[in-house]
Design a protein around this ligand. Structure first.
Ligand SMILES: Nc1ncnc2c1ncn2[C@@H]1O[C@H](COP(=O)(O)OP(=O)(O)O)[C@@H](O)[C@H]1O
Ligand SMILES: Cc1ncc(COP(=O)(O)O)c(CN)c1O
Length: 302
């Protein structure tokens, strides 16, 4: 355990079929050279955009027990902690305790928090989870990766233009977050999806062509790739955004094209849109930068 391999504890959902949560994050992280220990907050047959939702949610005592086992066996030494989809406020409170515990073992631990709550104006976890993220978990994060909706909900502010976006980013920095990354916004209108990233010194904008369908698991993949490239580039924010977005675009485009080959018209059902991670392993390992980030504003914090 004393080698230089980065080691992650990832607490996210698990699905039997398809790619969200730990299923979306673990494979790319392993391909990029990370040891990944995963705890599954839920085990569902599929993600929740499918018609039938079946499976179980991890109980708090079960989460405690798993962490206890890691501690008793002295294998709870991590360089990174990554969290995503959680369904209960209590489990989030537990996550806050776990961060503190892991930091007592490694004061340099990097915590990447994806505050998974919803998308396109709608919550898909219970509403009570929001204040726990806002007041307890977010202030402990080194890196926060909300989408636009989640950033708005956390700050109580609306994003209708870039000035609003910068105000929201500043509000999240003010909560103590060092690196704020908004994985997607609709500021690019109908044709472009725009992501933003700020380390308080520089803020970057990166834009990609909007593919005409909703994907699931892309946010989880984004957070995992961001974590990996932020580590591998020595916290180079511009390069991290470029590698992360280029990889996502390759996977999203490939997934879309294959789905459209089967279903040329109308809405694509979830099972045809599962992210093609395995098939894009080489690109994940060695991404070609196809999209560049542009600096839009310097110095967000004094
Ligand atoms: N429809 C889409 N068109 C193009 N890229 C997409 C699309 N959906 C997701 N992505 C890619 O996935 C990333 C994360 O997506 P996002 O929607 O923010 O995740 P989530 O809302 O699931 O947290 C985006 O930055 C983008 O690169
Ligand atoms: C079980 C589960 N886990 C995670 C997510 C989050 O997916 P995304 O990466 O698209 O935010 C979802 C989306 N509803 C889900 O159903």
């Amino acid at each position: 355990m004393c080698d230089s391999t980065p080691r992650i504890l990832s607490i996210q959902s698990h699905v039997v079929h398809g790619y969200v949560g730990n299923k979306s994050a673990t494979f790319p992280l392993q391909v990029l050279g990370f040891e990944v220990d995963s705890i599954n907050t839920v085990q569902f047959s599929t993600h929740t955009a499918y018609k039938h939702i079946k499976g179980n949610v991890l109980k708090n005592e079960e989460l405690d027990e798993l962490i206890d086992g890691l501690t008793l066996n002295d294998v709870d030494h991590y360089t990174h902690f990554l969290t995503g989809y959680s369904r209960s406020p209590d489990s989030l409170t537990k996550i806050a305790e776990i961060i503190k515990k892991l930091r007592s073992k490694n004061p340099n631990l990097i915590y990447v928090c994806d505050p998974v709550m919803g998308d396109n104006g709608k919550m898909y976890v219970p509403d009570e989870i929001m204040p726990v993220y806002r007041d307890v978990v977010v202030p402990l994060a080194d890196v926060l990766t909300p989408n636009q909706f989640e950033a708005e909900v956390l700050t109580g502010l609306k994003m209708t233009n870039f000035d609003d976006a910068l105000t929201i980013i500043k509000a999240l920095h003010d909560k103590g977050v060092k690196t704020v990354v908004i994985s997607s916004t609709d500021l690019g209108g109908e044709k472009l999806m725009i992501g933003l990233a700020s380390n308080g010194v520089s803020c970057y904008k990166i834009q990609v062509p909007l593919v005409d369908t909703n994907f699931t698991g892309t946010g989880d993949l984004f957070a995992a790739l961001f974590l990996a490239w932020f580590h591998k580039t020595g916290s180079n924010l511009k390069l991290t955004m470029e590698k992360t977005m280029s990889t996502l675009q390759n996977i999203v485009q490939d997934t879309y094209q294959k789905a459209r080959a089967i279903q040329p018209q109308n809405k694509i059902p979830p099972k045809l849109k599962e992210l093609r991670l395995v098939q894009n392993k080489d690109f994940i390992e060695n991404p070609m930068i196809t999209i560049t980030a542009e600096e839009i504003r310097k110095k967000m914090v004094d």
